[in-house]
Design a protein around this ligand. Structure first.
Ligand code: FAD
Length: 402
């Protein structure tokens, strides 16, 4: 297929990665972003071996690793100090690891890459609708300006996508009943030196997470019901401090610092499910297509994999409809697996049903002590699963083969 005119809505992780790959491939790419000044929004995150491989394909892996913190595993304990989750990427391959990284450094890397690849960036345009013009698509912004027509319009406007209901009126994207607050703080007590994402659970109604995101910084997460995350609901910082200190006394200094700074951001999540990922020349990728709760730490990684798969599908196919079929075949089962698995797991980690913590702790504790189950869980965490019964493996260097 020759060079296409491609529009991408959303200058986030998935949209920028797609813009980089597609501009490299010689397509004429226009990136449409609602903010005047594109910016990183959201908490520090965990890039799995899958997401890191996509960054490598964009030539950004080394810079990302230098900006982030190497993560060798996950350790989650309950209020009695019992190990509920104890997983290591090294169980998959001695050289395998993940990366904790702040949104800003990741955004900056992708942003420079997109501009360097020659994609055209149009900011301050909130896209609210899409129209078909024959086989092509036009994006309409809030001021009724038309952008396009494009041979392919990639919708990457995130979990609260405005375009999703326009393209798929029956798509569902309910907000989860629980979300979290988060803050990035200096790692004064060398938590990052453990190379672990660490979590503490009290039943299912309290969870404190510490993710190293740089050599000297951590992102702290505290679980809260969505009703308490409304912008006008004042955070009860005194109660959060008291509960967090009781749950994890060793993290007191970090908690105190975050609470004293009071600079918590609020995050909610949606469970997005679509009947399919495209409608003619309009394709949804990233959270717009399969947003989920972050229990398995996959969202950004799935968006990066979507971006890579899209570029490959276009390179192989004879026309856009064929490329859409190839894309769906590449990404459909994996995206569905992670969406469903995250959805099923969420009440066991964030809900009012504290009793669910009992089977959770019993099953996961045993599974993490049983080598085949432990490897299976580590593969799920690393992003390797293609579906319920199949998983990819890492290559001889411990990397995810794209
Ligand atoms: C607390 C929390 C922790 C998380 N932790 C992890 C983790 O550890 N690992 C992981 O992989 N994932 C994690 N995630 C999920 C991850 O943040 C998302 O999956 C990822 O950001 C999705 O990227 P995206 O590009 O699809 O959407 P976004 O990053 O949301 O980008 C969407 C872009 O579209 C723009 N936009 C929106 N609407 C419009 C419009 N109408 N017109 C034009 N532009 C528009 C936005 O301004 C934005 O730039 C976490 C999420 C949360 C909330």
């Amino acid at each position: 297929m020759g060079s296409l005119e491609i529009g991408i809505v959303g200058c986030g992780i998935a949209g920028q990665a797609a813009a980089g790959f597609l501009a490299d491939a010689g397509h004429v790419v226009t990136l449409l972003e609602r903010f005047e000044q594109p910016q990183a929004v959201g908490a520090g995150l965990l890039l799995q071996p899958t997401g890191l491989s996509v960054l490598r394909a964009l030539g950004l892996e080394q810079e990302a690793v230098a900006a982030g913190a190497r993560i060798d595993g996950i350790l989650g304990e309950n209020q009695w100090g019992v190990r509920v989750i104890d997983l290591a990427y090294g169980d998959l391959h001695p050289a395998a690891f993940a990366l904790g990284i702040g949104r800003s450094p990741l955004f900056d890397l992708l942003h420079r890459r997109v501009l360097g690849a020659g994609a055209r960036l149009v900011t301050g345009v909130e896209i609210v609708d899409v129209e078909r013009e024959g086989a092509r698509a036009v994006a309409l912004d809030r001021k009724a300006r038309r952008h396009g027509p494009f041979d392919l319009l990639v919708v990457a406007d995130g979990a609260s996508s405005a375009l999703r209901p326009r393209v798929f009126p029956r798509a569902r994207a309910p907000v989860y009943p629980w979300g979290c607050i988060w803050a990035t703080v200096p790692d004064t007590h060398a938590f990052g030196a453990t190379g672990l994402l660490r979590q503490r659970f009290f039943g299912t109604s309290a969870m404190l997470g510490l993710l190293p995101v740089a050599s000297d910084r951590l992102t702290l997460f505290w679980s809260l019901p969505t009703a308490e995350l409304e912008a006008d609901w004042p955070l009860d910082l005194a109660a959060i401090r008291r509960k967090a200190l009781a749950l994890w006394p060793d993290a007191a200094a970090i908690v105190e610092r975050a609470v004293d700074a009071g600079a918590f951001a609020r995050a909610t999540y949606r469970h997005v499910s679509l009947p399919r990922c495209n409608e003619g020349p309009v394709l949804l990728i990233g959270d717009a297509a399969h947003g989920t709760s972050p229990q398995l730490g996959q969202g950004a990684n799935l968006g990066l994999l979507d971006a890579h798969a899209l570029a490959r599908s276009l390179a192989e196919a004879g026309d856009v409809p064929q490329a859409m079929e190839r894309f769906a075949a590449r990404r459909g089962t994996s995206n569905r697996f992670y969406g469903t698995a995250s959805h099923l797991l969420t009440p066991f980690f964030q809900s009012h049903h504290d009793l669910l913590a009992i089977p959770r702790d019993l099953v996961l504790h045993r599974a993490c002590l049983t080598p085949p189950a432990r490897r299976m869980l580590a593969a799920s965490l690393a992003g390797l699963r293609r579906g319920w019964w199949t998983a990819d493996t890492l290559d001889a260097d411990g990397r995810y083969p794209l």
